[in-house]
Design a protein around this ligand. Structure first.
Ligand SMILES: [Zn+2]
Length: 233
C-alpha cells in the first residue's frame, strides 16, 4: 500500500500489528529513449506490486541517487556520496522514530550502493531495527530471467523498457546494441562517457515482446515479495 494513500492514524494502527516498511531508492538519469525517471519508477512499482498482498506500506521513491558518470547528459541529477549517506541516515532515523523495526530499501540503481554500507553502519547504533538493502534488478532469479532472454541486457535495454517507463512519443529502435566496454567506461570523464555511450543504452535488445516483459516483471515482483517476508532474524 502506498503511504500516499494512508493518513497518520491509519499508519498508527498498522504499526500495532506490523512493523515492516519499504522505501524505494531511485535515480533521475539518462536512460536512452526511456524516461529519465526509469530507476525511480521501477523501484517504486516493483515495491508497490510486491507489498500489495502483504499490506506493507511503501514510501514514494527517493528520486535522486548517485550517478556522476551520467552528469553530462541533460536532466541527470547526482547527489554526492556524502549527501546520499546523510539522507539515508536521516531517513532511517525517521522511520525508527515512527516505530518501524523492519525496513526494506528496494534499490533501482547501481550507483546507490553506498546506501547499503550506510544502512549496515546505522544498524550498529540501532540494534533493535533491521534494515535490508535489496537490488531488485540483480537479485538472482530476476537476473537469471533477464540473462536467459539476452545475456547482454543492461542499462536502458529491454529489461527497463516497460509500459510504465517508455515514452509514447519516443519509440525505441527495434535493434540489439553491442555491449559497451565497461573497463573503458569506468575511467571516462562525464563528457567522454556521453560521447562514448551515444544514445545511452549499455547494450542488449532495446525491446522485447510484451509476454517476455511481463514474465520478467512477475519474477521480479515475486522475488521482491519474498524479501519482504523474510528471513528477518
Ligand atoms: Zn536504470
Amino acid at each position: 500500500m502506498k503511504i500516499a494513500d494512508m493518513n497518520w492514524m491509519q499508519l498508527e494502527s498498522y504499526l500495532q500489528q506490523d512493523d515492516r516498511v519499504v522505501v524505494p531508492l531511485g535515480s533521475v538519469e539518462q536512460h536512452a529513449y526511456l524516461s529519465l525517471a526509469v530507476d525511480m519508477i521501477l523501484a517504486e512499482k516493483v515495491a508497490v506490486d510486491a507489498a500489495e498482498p502483504l499490506g506493507i506500506p511503501v514510501y514514494p521513491a527517493i528520486p535522486f541517487g548517485v550517478t556522476p558518470y551520467f552528469a553530462a547528459f541533460p536532466g541527470t541529477v547526482s547527489l554526492r556520496v556524502e549527501t546520499y549517506v546523510r539522507v539515508i541516515h536521516d531517513l532511517l532515523d525517521s522511520l525508527a522514530r515512527s516505530g518501524f523495526k523492519r525496513i526494506v530499501l528496494v534499490n533501482g540503481h547501481g550507483g546507490n550502493q553506498p546506501a547499503a554500507s550506510a544502512a549496515t553502519e546505522w544498524m550498529l547504533s540501532n540494534p533493535g531495527v533491521k534494515v535490508r538493502f535489496y537490488n531488485w534488478w540483480n537479485a538472482p532469479h530476476t537476473l537469471a530471467n533477464v540473462r536467459s532472454v539476452d545475456p547482454t541486457s543492461s542499462h536502458a535495454s529491454w529489461m527497463e523498457n516497460l509500459p510504465w517507463t517508455r515514452l509514447a512519443d519516443a519509440p525505441c529502435p527495434d535493434a540489439r546494441k553491442a555491449p559497451i566496454d565497461y573497463q573503458r567506461f569506468h575511467v571516462m570523464n562525464a563528457a567522454q562517457a556521453k560521447e562514448y555511450l551515444g544514445d545511452g543504452n549499455f547494450g542488449g535488445w532495446y525491446q522485447r515482446p510484451a509476454e517476455v516483459e511481463n514474465a520478467m516483471w512477475q519474477v521480479a515482483v515475486e522475488e521482491t515479495r519474498a524479501i519482504l517476508q523474510g528471513p528477518w532474524e
